[in-house]
Design a protein around this ligand. Structure first.
Ligand code: SAM
Length: 329
């Protein structure tokens, strides 16, 4: 098992399949993009599956989420998902995506055994979408969401980051849209993980503000806190239910004490926290002939060193060198 010094057990593995993305969301990367990882540095499909297999078979990983960058840009994605769902004990397998291309891939991914998707959608307005992401792709995202629902990738969850004076007035309309379509909406507080290092606490739309906006139009009843477990979202029953909405207050309502996540970057580095400043290089180990036992040992040591919290509130907080797109959100 992957246990840290505070007794937390990591069972949820987030795997970034690429650092590239076809959007340029301003809270994540600059309009001109970033210097992408050179191909030889990326794990091959076989290397990804091998490390995931070690996690599942030897280290107690029960959930695997593929992310990026944009995971739909990874050519071997469907095959990687099929090989992951063939592992035993069979992990839950999900995808975090911007849904561009999902209209075509939702069916094949479902056939490969994918269980669910989380789709990022920050606005329902085409102009705002362009302003936020520097690409004119809102219709593709909406088509991808609908295809995921049709393919049975349930529940279809939607992730939204609200930016002050950009899309924060859309909280209620996004919730109404998700209720109508049968998607589960989660608002995520903006975190200091943008490549430009432009995050400012005063600019951030907080969980309290999000809830104020929503309760102006909906009746929200908090779910039992004890039932939350390691889920990052605080959830609320909307207008008597059964639909729910979630708020992930990563900054103002941190949930590090219940964290069960560990991350593998596209270039094979284990990160024990989104905000970790140290990584453990499994790619070098595996390319120099490490056995599964060696890999498991390195991975276990990396998780054991996890800090108590993300430390955003600490005086000495330093944003990690890698941005969200290169870590895997
Ligand atoms: N491209 C995929 C997508 O759009 O979902 C997967 C990668 S993206 C980095 C994963 C999630 O991280 C998205 O929901 C995105 O909104 C979120 N994200 C990116 N930068 C963030 C930040 N600075 N604060 C909070 N969430 C962020």
């Amino acid at each position: 098992m992957l246990v840290d010094g505070f007794g937390r057990v990591a069972t949820d593995l987030r795997v970034s399949l690429t650092d590239r993305c076809n959007l340029r969301c301003s809270y994540c990367m600059p309009p001109e993009g970033l210097e992408w990882l050179p191909k030889p540095e990326l794990l091959t499909d076989d290397e990804v599956v091998r490390l995931v297999r070690v996690g599942v078979e030897r280290l107690g990983i029960t959930e695997v989420r593929y992310t990026g960058g944009e995971p739909l840009l990874r050519r071997g994605l469907v095959d990687i998902v099929a090989r992951t769902t063939a592992l035993r004990p069979r992990p839950q397998v999900s995808l975090t995506t911007n849904a561009i291309g999902l209209a075509r891939l939702a069916g094949p991914l479902r056939e490969a055994g994918l269980d669910r998707v989380n789709v990022s959608l920050d606005t329902l307005d085409g102009d705002t979408f362009v302003r936020l992401s520097h690409r004119d792709r809102l219709p593709d995202v909406l088509a991808g969401l609908a295809a995921a629902q049709r393919a049975g990738l349930r529940p279809v969850k939607v992730n939204t980051v609200l930016m002050r004076d950009v899309n924060d007035h859309e909280a209620s309309s996004l919730l109404r849209f998700c209720l109508e379509q049968g998607y589960e909406l989660r608002f995520i507080e903006q975190m200091p993980l943008d490549a430009q290092h432009g995050w400012r606490r005063d600019d951030m739309v907080t969980a309290d503000e999000i809830l104020d906006r929503l309760t102006a139009e909906f009746t929200l009843v908090p779910d039992d806190a004890a039932a939350r477990g390691s889920a990052p979202a605080e959830t609320f029953l909307v207008d008597g239910g059964p639909a729910r909405v979630g708020v992930i207050g990563s900054v103002t309502r941190p949930f590090c004490g219940a964290c069960d996540r560990v991350r593998l970057t596209a270039d094979g580095q284990i990160r024990n926290c989104l905000f970790a400043r140290e990584e453990s290089d499994l790619r070098a180990a595996l390319r120099s002939g490490a056995s599964d036992d060696d890999l498991a040992e390195r991975w276990t040591a990396a998780v054991a060193a996890k800090r108590a919290g993300h430390g955003i509130d600490d005086v000495g907080f330093l944003q990690p060198a890698r941005p969200m797109s290169a870590i895997g959100g």
